[in-house]
Structures are given as C-alpha cells and as structure tokens.
Design a protein around this ligand. Structure first.
Ligand SMILES: Nc1ncnc2c1ncn2[C@@H]1O[C@H](COP(=O)(O)OP(=O)(O)O)[C@@H](O)[C@H]1O
Ligand SMILES: [Mg+2]
Length: 357
C-alpha cells in the first residue's frame, strides 16, 4: 500500500535507509529505518503537516502547499526542530530516546531509538483485561516520564493511548511530543482540529486557556479511564456545555463504573485527574504518583496479609492439638499421683496378704 506523501522504501537520508512506514499523523510520517553507520534499526519522524504541506512528485523535497501556508509551514518546522533539541536532551527511561535531528529535503527528521513493541491502544485491544497491578506497572513509569518533562517546564500535550509505547522490554515510553502543534496554535486555528477529542481538556480548546502539568494529567486520566471502564471519555467541550447549562456532568465517574474491579483510591484518583476545572485536578504528576504508590502498596500487601493470616490460623490450630506446657505439667503431676496411689494400694494389698497368711 502506498501512503500519500510518504518516502518510498529504500529512500536514503544521510546514514539512514527507510525500510517502512510506522505511522502517519497530521504532523508527520514516522518511518522504520536502518542506520548503516551503527548497524541498527531506528525510528525516523519526518515533519510533514499534511494540511499545509506536500512532497514534490518524483522528489524527496517537502514544501508548503501554497504561498499562504508558507509562514505556518516554516513556523511549525522551527518548532519541530526546537522540540527535537529538547527531546534530545532528555535521557529518561520513560521518554523515547531521540539521538539526532537533521534538516534535509526542505523539512526535518527526528532520529529515535527503534523500540520493538506496540502502542497502548493496540495492547488493550489485544489483551482487553488488565489487572490493577498491570495498569500501575504501565502508568507509574509514564507518570515518571511526565514528571521529568514537567520539571523542565515542558508539556506533552497529546497524551492518549496511541502515544504511550509499550516496548517489549516492558518499559513504557511516552512518544510523539507535540509542542510544535501548540506553538502552531498561537498563530492559527488549524491546531484546534489536531486536538484529540476525549483526551484534550477544555483549556486546550481555549485560545487563552492556561495550560500546565494538569493539562497532561487530564489526558492521562482520560487514557486510564478508557482502560478501566472500556468507555471512551467524553469530549471536554460536551462536559463543559452540560455543566454551563446547569445539567449534571454527562461523563460517568470511573468510581461508579469500575468499583467492582479496582481499589476505590485508584478510581478516585482517575476521577480527580478528569475534573473539568484545572484547579480541581492534581497539579503535579507527583501527587498522582503518590496516590498510585499507595494503591500499589495495598495490592502488594494484600497477598502478604493473606499469607500472614493463614500462618496465624495454622498456629492457632496447632495450639489446639498440642497441649500447652502448663497442661502438660499438670498431666505429669497427675500421672505421678496416680502411680503413687497404685503403689500404695499394691503395698497395702501385700501387707494384708502377709497378715492373713
Ligand atoms: N521510537 C519508536 N519505535 C518504534 N515505533 C515507533 C516509535 N515512535 C513511533 N513509533 C510508531 O509510529 C507510530 C506513529 O508515531 P507518533 O510519534 O505517535 O506519530 P503520529 O501519531 O504523529 O503519527 C506510533 O503509533 C508507533 O507505532
Ligand atoms: Mg501519535
């Protein structure tokens, strides 16, 4: 299948050979590639915002689709590169590793470590049921990744099940950083269409909405909501509209839907992350991490508690069977007394026999 605008297999960019297409998004194309200098596989992301740019036919060059898009194209390209520079500085286990970025063909390329695995979206489609422990093993590392980027005053802004990558080595990673998109928004309305409904909180729809770590936490909350309830989170604009009309929030709470499968503290944290007003949400990833760690501890200590309880029960049973030391002493005394009485009776009997004879 040929993908519109994608570089064909075998194309060469510097040391890299394109070996396939991994994904096509509104802002670019991600390829699988081969790094001939280091003899390893890579993932290559090419800046190609399909709504304003095209690839020239019979050529690798990418350019704005018309003069009026030129400014936006260049602005976005600059932001893509800025973001690449930032990402290349992060060496955090839960953020995809960016090794290099290149400017070629009128556009730019991000060279990343190729991770063998699948995005969370595919994972949940395949596995369907994920235990609370499995979820915490995925989302706690993702929160660590978020904490790291927030600490450097960056936001991801596009957290969703298809931007969390579950590498086969079990390390969950955040992919697809979208700062370029947001920067774009500052200049044009095009960005609004790029939001992911259901995951983007209301402040991302507003031209002057105050975005911060709580913005990513809403999107992550929506992601976990999908996994635990099996329901796609409602678009935040719908929720806001209902609330403004004096109606109830039309999105049911995770605590109400999934209470039979998960700890209430876990579900309440998800509902907290999904509060409509930013001030009502957790303000830092650390706040969520602390709540989730507590749940993890409860899960881990639950089997331990069961073991302890069964040990105690065993001990109680054994105590019932084995006489206590005090009881044992009494028995010994009784035996002694009984034998003394028996001896006296025998002796008395013998004396009597003598007297009779
Ligand atoms: N480092 C990587 N290793 C392996 N596959 C990747 C990597 N980065 C992205 N992908 C794959 O490429 C797809 C698209 O990447 P992404 O960065 O999310 O771009 P977009 O959503 O803008 O198309 C992902 O869904 C994933 O399957
Ligand atoms: Mg993506």
């Amino acid at each position: 299948m040929t993908i519109q605008n994608a570089l064909p297999t075998g194309s060469i960019i510097d040391d890299y050979e394109i070996t396939g297409v991994l994904g096509v998004g509104g802002f670019g194309i991600t390829y699988k590639g081969y790094d001939s200098s280091l003899d390893r596989e890579v993932a290559i992301k090419e800046y190609l915002p399909s709504s304003i740019a095209v690839r020239r036919p019979f050529d690798q060059t990418v350019s704005a689709s018309c003069d009026s898009n030129q400014k936006h194209y260049e602005f976005g390209l600059q932001k893509f590169l800025d973001e690449a520079r930032v990402l290349a500085k992060f060496h955090v286990p839960n953020i995809v590793g960016v090794n290099r970025f290149l400017e070629r063909n009128g556009t730019a390329y991000l060279i990343m470590d190729y991770e063998d695995g699948e995005v969370l979206f595919q994972h949940i489609k395949r596995r369907q049921i994920l235990t609370e422990k499995m979820l915490l093993d995925i989302f706690l590392p993702v929160l660590e990744g978020l904490k790291a980027i927030h600490m450097k005053s960056y936001l991801h802004r596009d957290i969703k099940p298809s931007n969390i990558y579950l590498a086969k080595n079990q390390v969950p990673k955040l992919i697809d950083f979208g700062a370029a998109r947001v920067a774009w928004n500052e200049r044009s309305r095009t960005m609004t269409q790029m939001l992911t409904p259901g995951y983007a909180p209301f402040e991302q729809y507003q031209s002057h909405g105050k975005q911060g770590p709580w913005t990513d936490l809403y999107a992550l909350g929506a992601t976990i909501y999908l996994v635990v309830t099996g329901k796609k989170p409602l678009e935040s604009t719908e929720r806001v509209a209902a609330l403004q009309d004096g109606q109830e929030d039309p999105m049911p709470l995770a605590s109400d839907i999934a209470f039979s499968q998960y700890h209430s503290e876990f579900l309440q944290t998800i509902d907290w992350m999904l509060k409509v007003r930013p001030v009502d949400r957790p303000q830092t990833a650390l706040q969520v991490i602390q709540r989730f760690e507590k749940v993890k501890l409860q899960i881990e200590s639950a089997p331990r508690m069961v073991k302890e309880a069964s040990k105690m029960a065993q001990r109680v049973c054994q105590q019932k069977r084995v006489p206590s030391p005090r009881r044992y002493r009494i028995d010994k005394e009784q035996i002694l007394m009984n034998s003394t009485v028996a001896l006296l009776v025998v002796a008395g009997f013998m004396v009597l026999v003598r007297m009779v004879s």
